[in-house]
Design a protein around this ligand. Sequence first.
Ligand code: NAP
Length: 304
Amino acid sequence: MLDLAIIGSGPAGYTAGIYASRASLKPVLFEGLESGGQLMLTTDVENYPGFDSGIMGPDLMQIFKKQAERFGTEIKTETINSIKKIDGGFILKSAKDSYEFKSVIISSGASAKWLDIKGEKELQGHGVSACATCDGFFFKEKEVIVVGGGDSAMEEALFLTKFATKVYIVHRRDSFRASKIMQDRVLGNDKIEVLWNKEVTEIHGSESVESVSLSDTKDGSSSELNIDGVFMAIGHTPNVDFLDGLVELDEKGYVKTGFTTETSTSVPGVFAAGDVADSIYRQAVTAAGTGCQAAIDAERWLDH
Ligand code: NAP
């Protein structure tokens, strides 16, 4: 039985790998079939400290990975499909094999929800984004759309007014689900216009986003809107399905932490870091921070 498994290869997972391998725990990191997490979907990352000229998301993740490998983190390109408690540890199964570990760090991240419409995937990183904090800066003096009616959509729209000349919120109903205070801020902002009862049905553009097709959810009529960027804010889903009830989740479905130490879960020996346990901050740097904490928590737990 090995000491430590790390599930996930975003900033939280790789940072846990760096710390755990430097502590001689010989961690095995399961990176999944697509390595790198959500930063693989962004272009320039300008808010990660230490890169004063910015860095491309995929390049940053490559550096994280190299640094974890340098100290001996073993990286397996496998997705863990199930994890069960056994005597003295846990058994993890991928499609290829099964493995036994004394402790586990869950850093499987969260996935932004997408509309699954034509043009959305093709133009990701070229005007289509699910993170205004990451990509808003590129829309200086431009016009953008935010899709959604929850607090995330309000927050993204307000943030984007710092850069864009005009922000449309496209919402499928005639009222927001966001908190009153956020709604008031949005409705009181001159740069924001709400397009009620509308759905985006297609995104158009060759090199970058040029326009969207909209459909009216009340009368079914369609229209076109010229636009430079489309921000999805229709929610995130923490990647917890494979846990199958192993650890307690919070009311939003994220892994609950803070039982004995900051990153401890309801099951001793299982720790969680990054977006899978964070519905609030969701930043690369906060994920890396909790990845470090999880490795230190796991090391101390194994010591005792
Ligand atoms: P959310 O509250 O689930 O809202 C998602 C929004 O997207 C809803 O308005 C929903 O429309 C819309 N939507 C979902 N699927 C859609 C689809 N296929 N097509 C079009 N629209 C779609 O998600 P969230 O805004 O990310 O918030 C998640 C949680 O975090 C909430 O509890 C929120 O309060 C919290 N949060 C808090 C803050 C803050 O306090 N500052 C900031 C961000 C998030 P319907 O309304 O019609 O269902």
